[in-house]
Ligand binder design. Sequence first.
Ligand SMILES: Nc1ncnc2c1ncn2[C@@H]1O[C@H](COP(=O)(O)OP(=O)(O)OP(=O)(O)O)[C@@H](O)[C@H]1O
Ligand SMILES: O=P(O)(O)OC[C@H]1O[C@H](OP(=O)(O)OP(=O)(O)O)[C@H](O)[C@@H]1O
Ligand SMILES: [Mg+2]
Length: 306
Amino acid sequence: MDLVNSLDGRLLFAVPKKGRLYETALALLKGSDIKFHRHNRLDIALCINQGIALVFLGAADIPVFVGEGRCDLGITGQDQVAEHQTSVDEVLELGFGKCKLQVQVPANGSIKDPRELVGKTVVTSFTHLSREYFKSLEIEKFGAEAVEKNGLKTVMKYVGGSVEAACALGVADGIVDLVESGETMKAAGLMDIATVMTTEAVLIRSKNPRNPELAEVVVNRIKGVINAKKYVLCSYNIPRTLLPIVHDITPGKRAPTVTSLEDEGWVAVQAMVEQVRVADVMDQLEKAGAHDILVLQIINSRAGKD
Ligand SMILES: Nc1ncnc2c1ncn2[C@@H]1O[C@H](COP(=O)(O)OP(=O)(O)OP(=O)(O)O)[C@@H](O)[C@H]1O
Ligand SMILES: O=P(O)(O)OC[C@H]1O[C@H](OP(=O)(O)OP(=O)(O)O)[C@H](O)[C@@H]1O
Ligand SMILES: [Mg+2]
């Protein structure tokens, strides 16, 4: 059976084929028990244990394919969804691929404010978002009527990558590009002067998925993996008399689990704690008189329906 026929009835899930989101997106699929074989150079992979086919696409193309209903689910950046103005449901923020889309200019140049770029040349891979951004600056400066009548004065030029080189090459007065650590920007002798948007990876769903029940199962599984990463399980022993104190420090998601120990007067406590707070929580517990404090990783989770 050829590949196209074997796609029949399968839920099509678009995932980035390379770049910044690739590895974490694949780890997320693995955590959700979505197993597949990807043959060399093929951009479609059938899942072994689910009625799903993965479609490997560029992150920028994923909102388009999902928006047109060609794919049912997709993982891409919020920036790409906004840039391509497609109608999709953003069902879940995924907590990785976090960065900012920023206006940048030469650090040693005279421009210090994005308004000074009005009427000049801006190079970017995000022409729609950049146009919208400079349109609002131009409306502020010239008024909506003038902008409507004369069009944008700022010139937007598209490049597909290595946007930072544009200023040094004399192609641009400023750029609009993604910044995470700022290393690339700094290495190119640029500085940021405004933020167009902040973004992270997101799970998107078509308005009309071909198998809504299976789409829901996949969304829930991914949700479980994402939520598990947000929390760790904290367990410790404490004299029963101190329990009221620790309730305040580790209230858990619903309530802490408290079990009696053989050692009379002592209890064992287990509670979910936000990963970002765990060091602080451990300090507080130790100070309050807790012993044997352990922090355990949660691999997967389901909150259950209320
Ligand atoms: N430095 C970064 N840190 C975090 N997330 C990023 C970074 N750069 C890009 N992203 C996110 O990843 C998405 C895809 O960008 P990426 O540059 O990986 O794709 P690409 O340009 O298709 O790949 P490549 O750069 O390998 O050609 C972006 O739209 C953004 O959401
Ligand atoms: O602030 P930083 O941590 O340095 O990250 C920002 C860089 O990451 C992305 O580029 P990528 O590596 O994907 O290369 P590209 O420009 O060819 O897309 C983005 O376009 C920036 O150039
Ligand atoms: Mg890139």
